[in-house]
Each structure stands twice: as structure tokens, then as C-alpha cells.
Design a protein around this ligand. Structure first.
Ligand code: DX5
Ligand code: ZN
Length: 225
């Protein structure tokens, strides 16, 4: 019911393969892969060659989060590199319906992503086209930022919007998610949690980090917030 997607942005890049195997063994459900272009977001990470290389290391589904300005130009490259989910930001897709259709045609799971300031109405008409919706709970670009509290209400509204349309669609949250922030957003309806520094920076190790988050999320969901 609760899925954790460690973000390799916070991994030790000099030991990337080992780090990925370690989170897989520690119980990760998905691997969150942050692609940044230094244009849409003020930071740069990596592209298809690195994804292709790490694809050999694990069977975990790759949840590729494209924080790039012209995703349409690169969808094939990320599909070929081994993405399972391909997430695009609504803010950079003037023809969002077309972009999501293309991802599905490539045999991948389309994900639509919203920055903290972008209203939900931007994606209302594409909800039936996606496998997951990602609500950013920080301004994208960096790991280790603070969770924006307003994200909780946004997730609750999205959850209601999805139910009104009779859809069953997981809501994912990304940014500042760890044991002390996961509860309210889980109670609001999020089920897939990206965590970078919360997993890779946890003092008791990766397994403890993910178990603690899952436990906290379940507690809040049980109590209904
Ligand atoms: C932020 C990225 C996140 C980031 C999360 O731009 O999209 O996936 O790695 O890191 P934490 O969990 O440290 O906020
Ligand atoms: Zn991300």
C-alpha cells in the first residue's frame, strides 16, 4: 500500500551500483532517477548513458523524473535507456496530452509532475492518461530541501479530484519526505514516496529509514490523519 522510491540523487555517485543494490536489498519498491538539465532547474545531473549503465545493476522499476525543458526531444532516449516510468513536468509541456500519449506508445508508464506553485487544474484533463501523478513538495533542483507544508492540502484535493472521476491512480510525493513529514501527506492520500536524503542520509541505514517511513505512513492512514 505504501511504496518507497529512494532517489539516487543523494547516493554516493562514486559507488552508484553498490548504492542501488543496497537500497534494493533494503526493500525499495522503485528507484527514483532525477534527470536535471541546468535549464528547467538550476542543477545538472545525468542522462541516458548513466541510466543505461545502472539498468544492468538491478531489476527495480526505474521511475525517471525528467526535470528538463524539452522532454519531447528525449523520450525515446530515456525509454531505450531502461526507464519504466517517465515523468514529465506539466510546466514544460505545451502539448501535454501528446507527450503522455507518446510515452505510452513507447511502452512506458506516463507520469505527470507538478511544481509546488502549479494548480491541479493543469492536469485535470490528462488524469485518465497517466499511471501516476507526482506532486512536488519542494521546488525541484536539489536534494535535502524542506518539505513545503501546503503540499498536504494539494494532495488531499488531488485525491478528491481522482475519486470524483472514478479513477484509481497513485499519488506520488517528492521532496523533503522522511519519517517526520510522511504522515500527514500519506493520510491525505499519497501512496508513493520519493526520498533521497531521508534514505541515503539516515543514521541507522537504508532498511531502517524505509521501515520507519512505511510505519509512520501506515499509522497516519489508520488514524485517518
Ligand atoms: C528534487 C528531486 C528529488 C530529490 C529529493 O529536485 O526531484 O527527487 O532527490 O530529495 P530529498 O528527499 O532529499 O528532498
Ligand atoms: Zn525527483
Amino acid at each position: 500500500m505504501v511504496q518507497i522510491a529512494p532517489s539516487i540523487l543523494s547516493a554516493d555517485f562514486s559507488r552508484l551500483a553498490e548504492e542501488i543494490q543496497a537500497v534494493a536489498e533494503a526493500g525499495a519498491d522503485l528507484l527514483h532517477v532525477d534527470v536535471m538539465d541546468g535549464h528547467f532547474v538550476p542543477n545538472l545531473t545525468f542522462g541516458p548513458p548513466v541510466i543505461k549503465a545502472i539498468r544492468k545493476v538491478t531489476d527495480l522499476p526505474f521511475d525517471v523524473h525528467l526535470m528538463i525543458s524539452n522532454p519531447d526531444n528525449y523520450l525515446e532516449d530515456y525509454a531505450e535507456a531502461g526507464a519504466d516510468y517517465i515523468g514529465v513536468h506539466a510546466e514544460v509541456c505545451p502539448h501535454l496530452n501528446r507527450t503522455l500519449t507518446r510515452i505510452a506508445e513507447l511502452g512506458k508508464k506516463p507520469v505527470v509532475v507538478l511544481n509546488p506553485h502549479t494548480p491541479l487544474c493543469a492536469i485535470e484533463n490528462v488524469l485518465d492518461q497517466v499511471s501516476m501523478v507526482l506532486i512536488m513538495s519542494v521546488n525541484p533542483g536539489f536534494g535535502g530541501q524542506k518539505f513545503i507544508p501546503g503540499s498536504v492540502e494539494k494532495v488531499a484535493e488531488l485525491h478528491a479530484m481522482i475519486s470524483r472521476r472514478g479513477l484509481t491512480l497513485p499519488i506520488q510525493v517528492d521532496g523533503g519526505v522522511q519519517a517526520d513529514t510522511i504522515g500527514p501527506v500519506a493520510a491525505a492520500g499519497a501512496r508513493v514516496f520519493v526520498s533521497g536524503s531521508g534514505v541515503f542520509g539516515h543514521a541507522q541505514g537504508y532498511r531502517a529509514a524505509m521501515e520507519e517511513m512505511r510505519e509512520r505512513a501506515r499509522e497516519y492512514v489508520r488514524q485517518g490523519g
